[in-house]
Every structure is written in structure tokens, then in C-alpha cells.
Design a protein around this ligand. Structure first.
Ligand SMILES: CC(=O)c1cc(-c2ccccn2)c2ncccn12
Length: 121
């Protein structure tokens, strides 16, 4: 390659950035855009051991902390499950998390990922 890896964004990174855009579009209220804080969610930091949100996921993609789609998928599922642990089932946060989880996991299935990779190359 003419220039070094650092200068040319690698295709895996671009793939994860594309996937995150697709998933984040489903979060229409933006509830999952930033870390949940204890002011809007009392006691959150003592109930949820491993918080996760899209801004953190985007940061990890940027810093190339994901070496596989499985690691990436784990953080997405963690983000949704946290919301289904902290929030009661009748809340909009719980319902949005469940919807996001189901549609996101479907999008991250093996064959869809393969399809996505093919179309991006
Ligand atoms: C994701 C989540 O659990 C969440 C996001 C939010 C949220 C996120 C942005 C704006 C307003 N609320 C929230 N508020 C109270 C309790 C829980 N939450």
C-alpha cells in the first residue's frame, strides 16, 4: 500500500461505522445516544456495572478497540440489556430497548453481516 494503515481508514472500521449508523437510526428518541447519568436515572451507576451507549460504541470504533463483529455485537446487546434491567417493563425506556435489541440483533445476524460486507467492498 502506498501510505500507512493509519492514514487510510480500514474497511472493518468503515463497516462498523456504517453498522452503528444503521442501529443508531432506530433509536428515534435518542435515549441510547449518551451515557445514562444518575441525575436522570437515580441509582443507575450502582445498579448497572457496565454502562454502554452509542457514543461509547462510536468511540471504541474510532479507536479500533473492536477486533471482531462479535465484540461489537456484545456491546450493543449490553446497552439494550442494561436498559431492560434498570427500567421497569412498563416504561418507554424498557420498551424502546427491547425493540432496539430485537431489530438490531436481526440486522447483526451472520448472513446480513456477510451481505453487508459484500456490498461495502
Ligand atoms: C437508556 C436509559 O435507560 C435511559 C435513557 C434516558 C434518557 C436519555 C435521554 C433523555 C432522557 N432520558 C433515561 N432516563 C431515565 C431513565 C433511563 N433512561
Amino acid at each position: 500500500r502506498s501510505n500507512t494503515e493509519e492514514e487510510e481508514p480500514n474497511s472493518f472500521k468503515m463497516f462498523l461505522q456504517y453498522m452503528t449508523r444503521l442501529l443508531q437510526r432506530k433509536d428515534t428518541h435518542g435515549f441510547f445516544a449518551f451515557p445514562v447519568n444518575d441525575i436522570i436515572a437515580p441509582g443507575y451507576s450502582s445498579i448497572i456495572q457496565k454502562p454502554m451507549d452509542f457514543s461509547t460504541i462510536n468511540g471504541k470504533v474510532e479507536d479500533e478497540e473492536y477486533t471482531s463483529t462479535n465484540e461489537y455485537k456484545k456491546d450493543f446487546v449490553l446497552m439494550c440489556q442494561n436498559a431492560m434491567i434498570y427500567n421497569r417493563p412498563e416504561t418507554i425506556y424498557y420498551k424502546e430497548a427491547r425493540r432496539l435489541l430485537h431489530s438490531g440483533v436481526k440486522q447483526l445476524t451472520k448472513d446480513n453481516l456477510l451481505l453487508m460486507k459484500r456490498t461495502l467492498n
